[in-house]
Design a protein around this ligand. Structure first.
Ligand code: SF4
Length: 353
C-alpha cells in the first residue's frame, strides 16, 4: 500500500443493518431500506466510506451510494433496460449498437452499487460472470465481426475480475487483427483503488490503443489513493478518460462540475462524457433537466480549459445511440451565424464568406 494512504474502515457495507451500524442511515430507516435491498444491490467500499461525512445529511458521496425508499417508486417513463442493451445483444455478454464498436460485459458485479445506475436491474454481487464457453463465444463474435474496430469492456465493472482473468481477456482481444482499440469502463480506481495492483495494471498491457474511462461524479472521489491507482494505470500505458453523470444533489452546480473536471485533469484524466441521467427504475430523485444541464455547462465555457470540456450526452432510450445535448453557442442566420461569446455571453454576428 502506498505511503500516505489513510487508514480505511475494514469492510464493504452490503446491507441496511451495516449502513445503520456505520451511521449512514438512522435505525428507523432500516425496515424501508430492507425493501429497497430486496430489489437493488448495495455496496459501499471502505474507500468510499472514508470519503463520506456522516454528519452531513446532504453529503454528495453518500447520496450516490446510500439507498433511499424513493427507489421503490418506478415512474411510467422509467425502463428496466433504458439504453436497450437486450435487443442489440447478438451473443451473451456482447452489445452491438454502433457499426464500428461493441461492448463486452464479462461480469455484472461492481465494487459499489450506484443508486442511479442504468443497469441496476441486472448488476449485483452474484451476477453475470460469463462462463468459459460464453466468454469464448463472445470473443469469437468479435473475431468474426471485422467492422468492429473497438472492444469496450464494461459490465458491471471489468476491474472486479482477477488480474489473471483480465489478462486472459485482453490477450485474446489483442490477437484480433481488426481491433484497433480496447476500452475499459470502470469505477474501481475511485471506489476500490486498492484493487489496482501492479499485476492488475500489467494485465492491461497490449499493443492495441488502450483507454480506461473512469466513472466519477464528484471532485472528492479523486482521493490520494485513487490518484495513486490512476498513476499506476498511466504507467502501464493506459490513456485515461473520465465519464460522469449529471446528478441532482451530487454535481448539479457550476462549481461542483468545475471542481470535478479540474480534479480529473489534475489526475491526468480527460473528461470525456457528461451523461444525462438514464431513466432507470427508482432514479427520478437524481434527474437534472436538460435545460439546466445546458445552462450549467454554458457557465463553464471560458471559465475552464477546453481540455476539461466533456460532451454532454443523452443515451436515447430506444437504443438509437448517444446524442450530444449542447450547449450550442451558434444560431443560424440567413447570411451566416450569430455566435455567443463564451466570456461575455454577448452575441457576435459571423457572416459566411
Ligand atoms: S459502477 Fe457502473 S455499472 Fe456498477 S452500479 Fe455503478 S453505474 Fe452501475
Amino acid at each position: 500500500m502506498p505511503d500516505g494512504v489513510p487508514h480505511l474502515k475494514p469492510r464493504t457495507l452490503r446491507d441496511p443493518a451495516a449502513l445503520v451500524e456505520a451511521g449512514l442511515a438512522p435505525p428507523e430507516a432500516a425496515a424501508g431500506l430492507e425493501r429497497v435491498a430486496e430489489h437493488f444491490a448495495m455496496a459501499i467500499t471502505p474507500a468510499v466510506q472514508a470519503l463520506i461525512d456522516p454528519a452531513d445529511p446532504l453529503d454528495p458521496i453518500a447520496r450516490q451510494y446510500v439507498p433511499d425508499v424513493a427507489e421503490l417508486v418506478t415512474l411510467p417513463d422509467e425502463r428496466s433496460d433504458p439504453t436497450s442493451d437486450a435487443p442489440f445483444t447478438p451473443v451473451k455478454g456482447v452489445v452491438h449498437r454502433y457499426p464500428d464498436r461493441a461492448l463486452l460485459k464479462p461480469l455484472l458485479a461492481c465494487p459499489v452499487y450506484c443508486r442511479f445506475c442504468f443497469r441496476r436491474e441486472v448488476v449485483g454481487p452474484d451476477g453475470g460472470l460469463l462462463s468459459e464457453a460464453e466468454l469464448d463465444a463472445a470473443i469469437d463474435w468479435f473475431a468474426a465481426t471485422p467492422q468492429v474496430r473497438e472492444a469496450i469492456l464494461t459490465g458491471g465493472d471489468p476491474l472486479m475480475l482477477s488480474a489473471r482473468r483480465l489478462e486472459h481477456i485482453i490477450r485474446r482481444l489483442s490477437a484480433i487483427p481488426h481491433l484497433d482499440i480496447i476500452r475499459i469502463h470502470s469505477r474501481v480506481p475511485v471506489a476500490a483503488p486498492e484493487r489496482v495492483s501492479d499485476a492488475l495494471a500489467a494485465a492491461l498491457s497490449t499493443d492495441k490503443a488502450m483507454f480506461l474511462c473512469v466513472h466519477a461524479n464528484h471532485a472528492r472521489e479523486f482521493s490520494p489513493m485513487a490518484r495513486e491507482a490512476l498513476r499506476r494505470l498511466q504507467h502501464a500505458g493506459v490513456t485515461l478518460l473520465g465519464q460522469s453523470v449529471l446528478l441532482r444533489g451530487v454535481n448539479d452546480s457550476a462549481q461542483a462540475l468545475e471542481d470535478l473536471f479540474r480534479a480529473m485533469l489534475a489526475a491526468q484524466v480527460k473528461p470525456y462524457y457528461l451523461h444525462q441521467l438514464d431513466r432507470a427504475p427508482g432514479t427520478a430523485r437524481f434527474e437534472v433537466p436538460i435545460t439546466e444541464g445546458r445552462a450549467l455547462l454554458r457557465q463553464l465555457r471560458g471559465r475552464l480549459s477546453g481540455l476539461a470540456w466533456p460532451t454532454y450526452v443523452l443515451d436515447l432510450p430506444n437504443g438509437a445511440g448517444k446524442a450530444p445535448l449542447g450547449p450550442d453557442f451558434t444560431q443560424a442566420e440567413s447570411d451566416g451565424w450569430t455566435v455567443k461569446g463564451p466570456l461575455d455571453h454577448r452575441d457576435y454576428p459571423y457572416p459566411e464568406r
